[in-house]
Design a protein around this ligand. Structure first.
Ligand code: ZN
Ligand code: ZN
Length: 408
């Protein structure tokens, strides 16, 4: 199936280059050719999409989602069957595609079956880059057992955010097990978190030796480790041990920034999740203890983004919204645009995200040969970010691997 887009104003995020009166040919799910002015005679029965002078740009990447966490009621979620969890997750994936996200990176929960179902077109949704279950120490951010629960959660075939692994050998085994199951990356939680019931935000989780074991396993598998972390003690230890990416990073210090730059590592701030939880208050489903922890990280988030931007850290778009709050997935754009130039924010969700995912030349670009993951918009988001954040008004088409508006 071939598709041709005509009358397009193209936007290449990496360079910021625009081309007016452009055309793009799509074949076999990839960008086959493109040019300016009158296109060559089409091959046979190509579908033609008239962009009517609107902007065509690469589809968006959200590098921090949890597609299985479609409710913040943990007690209820713990009783869901794999089937119910998956149906809900795929519905949420479809909503993400309709917002313009053609690739998402799941950092806790999604598995190979969900990625396969989306790749096979069994349900509409973005390309799903998954890391399986996040590794957590006992009592860490991935340990959601209530205090009364003495069970030993390990490896049951049950959808969940995380799994518990303590000690170098157990971390090594869990890492190998997640890679066996196709994980594209490995996620470790190395500091306290907001939603977990018992840990403190400033807690350091995992030792240098355990993190190092995970990094060695990831490198042996040609993969990388990303970590959930807020506090510089946790962030800096993880960076020194060789992790490639830091999620959140709200409380980072100068040393964190220095390490991020020196090691060409990535930072995925997720500021919208704190704003959305704060605005929803008790309606977010968070306990009183979690809402108190939220205060500790929310106020520092913008300052961390400013510092990282000024220092030239590789910044990638992330939302981390759970449950009903996932509808706010595009609102991170507006928050970032208060701190960074709009084109930098767009790069964080396209070309820089592609580099984090090891998919340069495949996604986040209009280059010939790239996957045809494209948005057709009625204006230029490089001029006004609101073009991206109101898809019902401005997003005319979403193309994923050449499939146009695949939910129709
Ligand atoms: Zn996290
Ligand atoms: Zn998360």
């Amino acid at each position: 199936m071939r598709t041709r887009i005509i009358n397009a104003h193209t936007l290449e995020p990496a360079t910021g280059e625009r081309r007016a009166d452009a055309w793009i040919d799509i074949a076999d799910g990839r960008i086959a050719d493109s040019g300016v002015g009158k296109p060559p005679t089409p091959h046979g029965d190509a579908r033609v999409i008239d962009a009517e002078g609107g902007t065509v740009m690469p589809g968006l990447v959200d590098a921090h989602v949890h597609i299985t966490v479609t409710s913040t009621d943990h007690a209820d979620r713990a009783g869901w069957t794999p089937g119910y969890t998956t149906v809900r997750a795929l519905r949420s994936a479809g909503d993400m595609l309709r917002r313009g996200f053609t690739t998402v990176r799941d950092v806790g929960g999604a598995d190979y079956g969900m990625a396969r179902a989306l790749d096979e077109g069994l349900a509409p949704g973005p390309r799903l880059i998954f890391g399986g279950k996040a590794l957590s120490q006992t009592g860490g951010h991935g340990d959601f057992r209530p205090l009364i629960d003495e069970s030993q959660p390990c490896c049951q075939l049950k959808p969940d955010f995380g799994r518990i692994a303590d000690g170098v050998d157990a971390v090594r085994h869990a890492a190998r097990d997640e890679f066996r199951k196709g994980a594209h990356h490995l996620k470790l939680v190395v500091s306290g978190g907001v939603a977990s019931p018992t840990d403190e935000i400033s807690a350091v989780q995992y030792t240098a030796e355990e993190i190092r074991a995970a990094v060695v396993e990831a490198e042996n598998h040609n993969r990388y480790v990303t970590v959930h972390a807020y506090h510089p003690r946790a962030v800096n230890q993880a960076l020194r041990e060789g992790v490639r990416c830091v999620e959140h990073g709200n409380l980072i210090d100068e040393e964190s920034i220095r390490l991020l730059v020196e090691r060409d590592a990535f930072l995925v701030p997720t500021i919208i999740t704190y704003e959305a939880m704060y605005e929803a208050g008790a309606g977010s489903g968070l306990s009183g203890g979690s809402l108190r922890k939220l205060d500790e990280v929310r106020s520092a988030a913008i300052d961390a983004l400013e510092q990282a931007h000024r220092a030239g850290v590789n910044l990638v778009y992330g939302s981390d919204l759970l449950g009903d709050l996932q509808v706010r997935q595009l609102d991170e754009f507006a928050i970032r645009a208060r701190v960074q130039p709009v084109m930098d924010v767009i790069r964080s969700a396209t070309s820089v995200a592609a580099r984090l995912l090891g998919m340069e030349g495949e996604i986040g670009t209009l280059e010939q040969g790239a996957l045809a993951d494209l948005l057709v918009l009625d204006g230029d988001p490089g001029e006004d970010i609101r073009i991206l954040t109101a898809p019902k008004r401005h997003l005319r088409h979403v193309i994923r691997a050449g499939a146009v508006d695949s939910w129709l």
